[in-house]
Design a protein around this ligand. Structure first.
Ligand code: ADP
Length: 488
C-alpha cells in the first residue's frame, strides 16, 4: 500500500511563517520557498524565506528575552519548563514524526525514534539546569575566589536536514538549560518540524523570545545570524565547506563556535570479530537514515581473511532491506533532495569509472519510478586514494577496503582529514584498546555502532569539527565562566 502524500489531506498546515518573539509571522519581505517531499518529488509546503531583516528582529527578541522573565526564574523552574516542553513534544509525537518523514523522507519508525530522542535530550538537559555549579579556587587564606557560571546570552543554532528536530534539540536543549536564548535556522530542505517545535514551546509556556525560528536559506538567514553582533555563540552542524564559512564568520565577530562536520568513518573488522554482530551493526550504521548520518559506518576496513565473507553477508542482509516512501515505513526512505540524489549517484558512477566493483545495489530500485530513492550500495576493490574512499558520500553507500597488518589498518583509518567516529570489531580487548588509543577520532566504538546517547559527549577532531555536544560538556558550550576574587 502506498500512503497518501498530499499535505492537505494529512492536515499539514503550510507554515509560511517565522517564529519571532512568541508570534508566528511572515518574513518581512513576504517571500516564501518550497519544501519538497523527496519520496514523490512534489511540493509539500511553503515556508517563510527569512533574511537579514528577520534575523535582526529575531536576535533583538532573543536579546530582550535575556533580560525578561527567563533571567529571573530559578534554574529549577527553568528545568521544569524544559521538562514541560519535552512532555508537550511527546504528546505530539505522531504528528511531528509524520511531518518529519514527509519533509525529509525518512521511514516513520526512524522519525518516531528521533522524536523520542528529542524528548530524552530535553529531559537530560532539563534535569541538569539546576546542577550547573561553579568552583572554589584555593588561592590561600587571604583570598576567597570562586567561579560563577553565567549564561552566554543569545545563541544561534544552525541545523542540518538529516535529523532536523534531533540536531535542533541537541543544541537548543543545553542552551535553554544554561539560561541562554536562541535563534534557530533550520535547513532549507527541512523547515517544517522546527515550526512544530515552536508551537510546542508556546504550548509549554516558554517565554516569548527565548526560542525563535527563522527559516530560510543558508547564505541569507544563516550567514546573517553568524554575522550578527548580538549573537554570542554559534552551534553549527553541516558540511565541512559550510563549517569553514561559519567559522570564518564567527572569527570576525570573535564568537565561540561549536562545529559538528562530516565524517568518513572507518570500521576496522579483525579476523576474530563476531561477524554476525558486525553485519547487523554495519547494516544499520551504513544504511540507516539512507546513510545521511555524519557518524555512518561508511568506510569498512576489513582484514583480508574475512573481507569476502563479511561483504557476502552484508550484501545478503542488504538485499533484504526494503526501500520505499517514509510513510510506508520501509527500511530505507529516499535521500533528501534532487541535489543529494545527484551527489550520491555521481559518487557511485565515479567509483564505476575508476574500476571499483559494485558489490551490491548502486541504482534506483526498479519498483520506484519517482522519488530520490537509491538502493543500499556496497563498493569494494577500490583504491584507498580514490574519491569514493576518501570523501563523505552522505548516502546509502558503504565502501570496503582491506588490510593485512594492524599498522596498515591504523594508517588507513587515520589517512583522511576527517576524525569524527571510528569502530573496531575484535574479540581481543588489548587490540581493541590499542586501536582506540591510536585512531584519530572524537569517538571510538568497540564491538558496536551508534553507541551513546544524550549523556555521552560527541564531536570531531581534525576536519570533523570543533567542540563537543551532548552530556555535561555540551551544556558548558552555553556558559561563561566568571571568576570572582575577594581579598580578605
Ligand atoms: P548541505 O551542503 O548538506 O546542504 P550545509 O552544511 O550547507 O549542508 O547546511 C547546513 C546548515 O547550514 C543549513 O541550515 C544551511 O542553511 C546552513 N548554511 C548554509 N550555508 C551557510 C552560510 N554561508 N552561513 C550560515 N549557514 C549556512
Amino acid at each position: 500500500m502506498t500512503a497518501t502524500h498530499d499535505a492537505a489531506a494529512l492536515g499539514i498546515e503550510t507554515p509560511r511563517t517565522l517564529f519571532i518573539d512568541g508570534a508566528f509571522e511572515a518574513a518581512a519581505s513576504g517571500a516564501t520557498f518550497e519544501t519538497v517531499d523527496p519520496s514523490t518529488e512534489n511540493v509539500l509546503a511553503q515556508a517563510a524565506r527569512g533574511d537579514a531583516t528577520d534575523v535582526d528582529r529575531a536576535v533583538a527578541a532573543a536579546k530582550r528575552a535575556t533580560r525578561g522573565p527567563w533571567r529571573d526564574i530559578t534554574p529549577a523552574e527553568r528545568g521544569r519548563m524544559i521538562f514541560r516542553l519535552a512532555d508537550v513534544i511527546l504528546a505530539h509525537k505522531e504528528e511531528i514524526a509524520r511531518i518529519e518523514t514527509l519533509d525529509v523522507g525518512k521511514p516513520l519508525k526512524e522519525s518516531r525514534g528521533d522524536v523520542e530522542g528529542v524528548v530524552a535530550t530535553l529531559r537530560y538537559n532539563a534535569g541538569a539546569a539546576d546542577k550547573l555549579e561553579g568552583a572554589t579556587i584555593p588561592l590561600g587564606r587571604s583570598v576567597i575566589d570562586f567561579t560563577l557560571l553565567e549564561s552566554a546570552g543569545v545563541t544561534a543554532h544552525i541545523v542540518p536536514w538529516n535529523y532536523p528536530l534531533g540536531m535542533l534539540a541537541r543544541s537548543v536543549g543545553p542552551a535553554l538549560a544554561a539560561g541562554c536564548t536562541t535563534v534557530i535556522k533550520p535547513a532549507e530542505q527541512s523547515p517544517l518540524s522546527a515550526m512544530l517545535f515552536a508551537r510546542c514551546c508556546v504550548e509549554a509556556g516558554i517565554p516569548p523570545g527565548v526560542v525563535n525560528v527563522v527559516t530560510g536559506f543558508g547564505e541569507e538567514a544563516g550567514a546573517a545570524l553568524v554575522a550578527h553582533p548580538d549573537v554570542r555563540g554559534i552551534t553549527f552542524t553541516g558540511s565541512v565547506e559550510t563549517g569553514r564559512l561559519v567559522y570564518a564568520g564567527a572569527a570576525r565577530g570573535l564568537k565561540p563556535a561549536v562545529l559538528e562536520l562530516g565524517g568518513k568513518n572507518p570500521v576496522i573488522i579483525l579476523p576474530d570479530a563476531d561477524l554476525d554482530r558486525a553485519v547487523v551493526d554495519i547494516l544499520d550504521g551504513a544504511f540507516g537514515n539512507s546513510g545521511q548520518v555524519c557518524s555512518s559506518s561508511s568506510r569498512l576496513i576489513l582484514h583480508r581473511s574475512i573481507h569476502d565473507e563479511f561483504l557476502d553477508r552484508l550484501a545478503e542482509a542488504a538485499s533484504r532491506l526494503t526501500v520505499g516512501a517514509g510513510l510506508d515505513d520501509c527500511d530505507l526512505g529516499p535521500v533528501v533532495s534532487a541535489e543529494q540524489y545527484g551527489r550520491v549517484t555521481g559518487y557511485i558512477a565515479e567509483g564505476g569509472r575508476n574500476g571499483a566493483r559494485l558489490r551490491h545495489g548502486g541504482g534506483r530500485p526498479k519498483h520506484l519510478g519517482r522519488g530520490y530513492f537509491i538502493e543500499p550500495t556496497i563498493i569494494d576493490r577500490v583504491d584507498p586514494s580514490h574519491v569514493v574512499s576518501r570523501e563523505e558520500i552522505f548516502g546509502p553507500v558503504a565502501v570496503a577496503l582491506s588490510f593485512d597488518t594492524m599498522a596498515e589498518a591504523t594508517a588507513l583509518a587515520n589517512g583522511l582529514g576527517y576524525g569524527l567516529v571510528a569502530g573496531v570489531y575484535t574479540a581481543d580487548i588489548g587490540t581493541a584498546l590499542t586501536l582506540a588509543r591510536d585512531i584519530e577520532a572524537g569517538s571510538v566504538w568497540i564491538n558496536g555502532w551508534f553507541i551513546g546517547g544524550q549523556q555521552a559527549p560527541t564531536g570531531g577532531i581534525k576536519d570533523s569539527g570543533i567542540g563537543r555536544e551532548r552530556g555535561l560538556p555540551g551544556i558548558m558550550n552555553y556558559l561563561q565562566i566568571k571568576n570572582v576574587g575577594i581579598r580578605l
